[in-house]
Design a protein. Sequence first.
Length: 704
Amino acid sequence: MSQEVKSTCCYCGVGCGVLIRSEGGVIIGVRGDPDHPANRGRLCTKGASLHLTAQGHGRLLHPAWRPTREQPVQRSDWATALDLAAERFAAIIREHGPDAVAFYISGQLLTEDYYVFNKLAKGLIGTNNVDTNSRLCMSSAVAGYKQTLGADAPPCCYEDIAAAGTLLIAGANPALAHPIVFRQIEDARAANPAMRIIVVDPRRSETAAIADLHLAIRPGTDIALFNAMLHVLIAEDRIDRDYIAAHTDGFAPLAELVGECTPQWAAAICGVAAEDIVRAARWFAGSGPALSLYCQGLNQSAHGTHNNAAIIHLHLATGQIGKPGAGPFSLTGQPNAMGGREVGGLANLLSAHRDLANPAHRAEVAALWGIPSVPARPGKAAVDLFKALASGEIKAVWIACTNPAQSLPNQAAVRAGLARAEFVVLQETFADTDTAAYADLLLPATGWGEKEGTVTNSERRITRLRSAVPAPGEARHDWQIVVDFGRRLGQKLGNPTVDRLFPYKTAEAIFTEHVATTRGRDLDIGGLSYALLEQRGPQQWPFPEGATSGRQRLYANGRFPTADGRARFVAVRHQATVEQPDAARPLSLLSGRLRDQWHGMSRTGLVPRLFNLDDEPCLAMNGDDMRQRQLADGDLVRVSGARGDIVVRVVADAGLAAGRCWLPMHWGSRFMNSAGVNALVGDAVDPHSQQPELKHVAVEVAAA
Ligand code: SF4
């Protein structure tokens, strides 16, 4: 007899609800949940193929370890494996201090998993060295929201797409990366043919193909464009002076700065026509509510925080925020990057959007956890964390549900860090990711369809996931592994309070504690419980105690979560990309997603039908650039950057201007005889968000 349970898709931040069908402990099907507000029954090709990834291929099924990296892994058992991990971590902490260990986790973990990892590092061990692959994804959006609006909180909801008069889509390709959001855009356009769609993307993407106006700017020139749009809005008196006066600070210095940012000035920098910049500004202010949708094209930049601030300025200056169809809406890359931030799972954050740098916030968290203090020293963000492994400053790292040997920039340096580390633990669903080659200890974790817990999607909506089938082999839930390890480590460190720190027997107990930490905060979910989510379905935050529903939109009353309740304009200036094309490497290489693959393909790479569209990574290139190099479609080419080269096939792409090329991000050495695009990319980071500039690198291309 088959049965269905409710869960979510484990891929992107749209957070589509799914119904998982199982029979006899085996997942046999998946369909969209017609009751889930994010997707109303729809799924994209990746989501609709999820059941095909749940057949046990490539799974890590029991703990394993190796005495040296040169030796093959040997099967172990949980008690031996966790005792070994606790012994090695305790020895390193005793000899070198708590900051000699680190945790690198994932936006694909559930909120409950994230919560206990954060408590383990900051509450038990006393280090803030806990960072996540969300650092590569949304940290510039976080910093941009906090600088301008005062809190890490996307103010919009998916229903705003249908209510918008103008959509400004920048640095995002929802047609492939957030397909169910793209379906909503198509529906909105069909219902309202007058809707204006502006797409800002250096490449004519699948999303740009439906745009009324495609601004194919030079890579990294977003701030110049948005500042010039603000210049036009001010010059043509299309701003909302009453809103600015009542609800914001800092407009005058920014207005003075953008006074020089004429459309002609920006046109020369961005490589688009000045009249198109004027048109975009007029549509933004004059075609009904304006909604901005943006993602990694803004975030993955050495000035990503200011990219985000510059687009948010357009909304604050026109009062286009907190209203149906209006606002700045960052599209989350991973399924639970939001939930991870909510519990403070980054090196600079604490539970419930508290700031590590704030002594009062540290004291609040210490009181909530019943410990004397939370360490004040900032932890290492992702790129610095792996540099510290390479230098020997950090000696042991625990990696969960992510594959840094493929996904971080400057891979040679990351792999050198992993190789130098004294002890590497990998907690994973799959057995043979690129990172597994560096692991001393492998711990099998449950995956999609097997876990219980919660996730938060791009519109702040929390969904409860239920397990459809039992854990395979000896795999355990991520939170269970952390709690068991924490208790053993606490005993070895002689911590008498460890059982009080980790009392949990269920994921629900962790969620209940997380709920308590949010009371009185901007994301207050004091009114939520597993029972309420069960009865009433997914809910948006905030949802304080006594509320009857979550809040669809934030800042409708014009009050922002800053000390004085006012939003801030920030004087942001155009900055060039870190690597500029030159005579040796004259091409700008961009990267992005394909429709049918997800991240490093550890899951989607298992499904043959997802390869039908693209079975290998191809470099897309401008036709004239190819002719200059005597290249034809299908030729093998060597793509050379400052840090190395890779060999792939090349295809002409009429959607790329001369001097630009594009490569999908998914492939690593596991799926081809070459490293992926991140081997070429540098590790320069944004000074505010610490997010690396993954989206741009200078290269040369030649026949291989
Ligand atoms: Fe999954 Fe995203 Fe596709 Fe929805 S849009 S089914 S969340 S990959």
